[in-house]
Design a protein around this ligand. Structure first.
Ligand code: DGY
Length: 317
């Protein structure tokens, strides 16, 4: 069994600098992205690593997995795992730990922050005041959020946390998943199209990956309609972003709040030019408390795997 100074390969620097320090204290760490020639490093030293740490945002490409012949376990910082190459990992029987459950509150808070900003125009009103426009005229009145219909696409841990917040806003909640959830107090709608048609706010909390790619299409956006708002705190890939840009430009939906984009960190320039969309830099889990809890779970998964052969939280492929 490996000891506590096992060698660990970090794919890159982690989203919480303290985690880099914690890993370096517990293990003999090499950071691949810091190597002068990462490919050369992999060719020379790849065979020495059984353990690797990465993040949902950095992902893990097949090229790196294949350069690590003894790789057994990956500990990933984040709840999403669409950027980790599943096929390459499963081909080698590599187990993968991730960090579910500890970021639900923060991501749900962010969904509501975007929802309220999109509907009340908070970011836009901030720009209005700073520009000195208040002394020249009134800021336009907006749409109320409370009491409206909230549709959740992806009623998992984060979706349910969004639904709990919606109760405080007197909202009616419905959802769409592949299957209805037994015992759920919320209405189930059997298609995303029907959910969009029903919703004033359509909140995306579904996992990314091939099975959800571009499910929010022109048809779904048209079903949401000119009074509807789209909020995405899941993955940019779930939304056909070109279709969204057109729908926003033509005001075929009322607005959007986006924390995630198809091509991060380069949102489409057309989005930057629009006032009916609020943009955030994939920061939904970005609070001190949540990032620390995620870091602790990354460390715990790694320790557990090394000690017992099983991480505390394993990716359910
Ligand atoms: C996650 O945890 O998956 C966040 O979206 C960060 O990528």
């Amino acid at each position: 069994m490996a000891n506590s100074r096992s060698r660990v390969l970090q794919y890159g620097k982690m989203p919480l600098p303290q985690l880099d320090a914690d890993l370096a204290q517990a293990y003999e760490v090499s950071i691949l992205s810091e190597q002068p020639d990462p490919e050369h490093f992999l060719a020379e030293q790849g065979a020495q690593f059984e353990y690797l740490v990465t993040s949902a945002a950095m992902g893990l490409p097949a090229r790196v997995i294949q350069a690590l012949p003894k790789l057994k376990f990956v500990s990933s910082f984040g709840v999403g795992f669409d950027a980790l190459d599943r096929e390459a990992l499963q081909d080698k029987g590599v187990r993968v730990g991730y960090t579910p459950g500890v970021l639900d509150d923060c991501v749900a808070d962010m969904a509501f922050a975007l929802l309220l900003d999109a509907t009340r125009g908070l970011s836009e009103s901030d720009r209005f005041v700073r520009r000195g426009d208040w002394s020249k005229g009134r800021f336009g009145i907006r749409t109320r959020a409370s009491g409206k219909r909230l549709g959740i696409f992806g009623m998992g841990r984060i979706g349910s946390t969004v639904a709990r917040r919606a109760a405080g806003f007197d909202m009616e909640v419905a959802y769409h998943n592949r299957r209805p959830i037994e015992g759920s107090p919320h209405h189930y709608l059997p298609s995303l199209l029907e959910l969009a048609r029903w919703s004033d706010f359509l909140v995306i909390t579904a996992a990314g990956g091939d099975s959800t790619q571009h499910l929010v299409s022109t048809d779904v956006l048209d079903a949401l309609g000119p009074q509807g708002f789209l909020i995405n705190v899941a993955r940019g890939s779930v939304v056909d972003e070109a279709a969204l840009v057109t729908a926003l430009q033509q005001q075929r939906i009322a607005g959007a709040g986006l924390d995630v984009f198809e091509d991060e960190p380069r949102p489409k320039p057309e989005l930057l030019a629009l006032d009916n969309v609020v943009l955030a830099p994939h920061i939904a889990s970005g609070t001190h408390e949540t990032r620390r809890a995620m870091a602790d779970l990354v460390l715990h998964n790694l320790q557990q795997y090394i000690a017992t052969g099983r991480p505390a939280a394993e990716v359910p492929w």
